[in-house]
Design a protein around this ligand. Structure first.
Ligand SMILES: Nc1ncnc2c1ncn2[C@@H]1O[C@H](COP(=O)(O)OP(=O)(O)OP(=O)(O)O)[C@@H](O)[C@H]1O
Length: 272
């Protein structure tokens, strides 16, 4: 309890965001705070050398003192380097360290996250639209997996739509499928499903992502809470695919097997 209080106080004192208009590294002028995550503070800044707006991510000072904090930042940088020039991932533009700590500079994907679209804009998605988006995401994630990368944080705030094209951000928890040290078998089973160093974690997360989309058009008929399978009016074949993605039934072992299941579902739907 005292430790929590002390950590909270430390964050308040040391993790205050940098002020707007401050020039960092001789070229990045802070414009506004985009978000304050568990490890970093993210800003929109203006690169006066290139004349372009960029995203600047600063490792929280309290996290810069911890191995896990530094590792998360290094991991994000490393993954962005491996995925350099990927059309669905922001480009890493710079990395540096100064009196304010560790920074990475990346392309600003100026679009809307699915969290914005569902909760702020109240956008709704049908089953057909959900499947279409899911398939596009599966193609992107399949490419990460081919490079040996597991994202481990494919949530609605980390998927951005810009000019009709999907982008995936936040590689702070990503790791290589061979990185056994990231596997904490003592984690709670629920956390393990999302964070295990396995392609199944990304499929689990995408299953959840699909549920968010499907729930956007759900209107409760009664106050009684039921399971998603009872509440959502979706086809039995999509239900069965989601059950496998969510590891409620024998899980899919690869993106390709999910894609095959979805494609055969379309074929079935087309038959009279
Ligand atoms: N390259 C980017 N382009 C556009 N927006 C971005 C980019 N990177 C991050 N953001 C946005 O900045 C905000 C902060 O993101 P960030 O990933 O740093 O932390 P978080 O998601 O708030 O927290 P956590 O790291 O704990 O998940 C989010 O709203 C995210 O959508």
């Amino acid at each position: 309890m005292i430790t929590e209080w002390w950590n909270g106080l430390q964050r308040l004192v040391y993790d205050r965001p940098l002020k707007a208009e401050l020039l960092i590294h001789g070229r990045y002028k802070i414009k506004e705070v985009l978000g304050m995550g568990s490890y970093g503070i993210t800003y929109i800044a203006f690169d006066i050398k290139k004349g372009d707006s960029i995203v600047l991510k600063q490792l929280r000072k309290t996290k810069a003192k911890t191995d896990s904090g530094i590792r998360s930042f290094q991991r994000e940088t490393q993954m962005l380097k491996v995925l350099e020039q990927h059309e669905h991932v922001p480009n890493l533009l710079d990395e540096f360290q100064n009196e304010h700590g560790f920074f990475i500079v990346m392309e600003w994907v100026k679009g809307d996250t699915f969290e914005d679209m569902i909760f702020r804009d109240q956008k709704t998605y049908s089953e057909k639209e959900t499947i279409h988006i899911l398939l596009e995401l599966l193609n992107i994630v399949e490419n990460f997996h081919q490079k040996g990368i597991i994202h481990r944080d494919l949530r609605i705030p980390n998927i951005i739509l810009r000019d009709g094209k999907l982008h995936i951000i936040d590689f702070g928890l990503a790791c290589f499928v061979t990185d056994e040290e990231f596997q904490d078998l003592n984690d709670h089973p629920e956390k393990l499903r999302m964070r295990a160093v396995s392609v199944k974690s990304d499929l689990f997360a995408l299953g959840h992502f699909a549920l968010f989309l499907l729930y956007s058009s759900y209107e409760p008929q009664s106050k009684k809470e039921r399971s998603w399978e009872e509440e959502l009016e979706i086809s039995p074949s999509l239900k069965s695919i989601l059950r496998k993605m969510l590891q409620l039934d024998e899980p899919f072992q690869s993106v390709i097997s999910v894609k095959t299941a979805i494609t055969s579902m379309h074929v079935k739907a087309k038959r009279p």
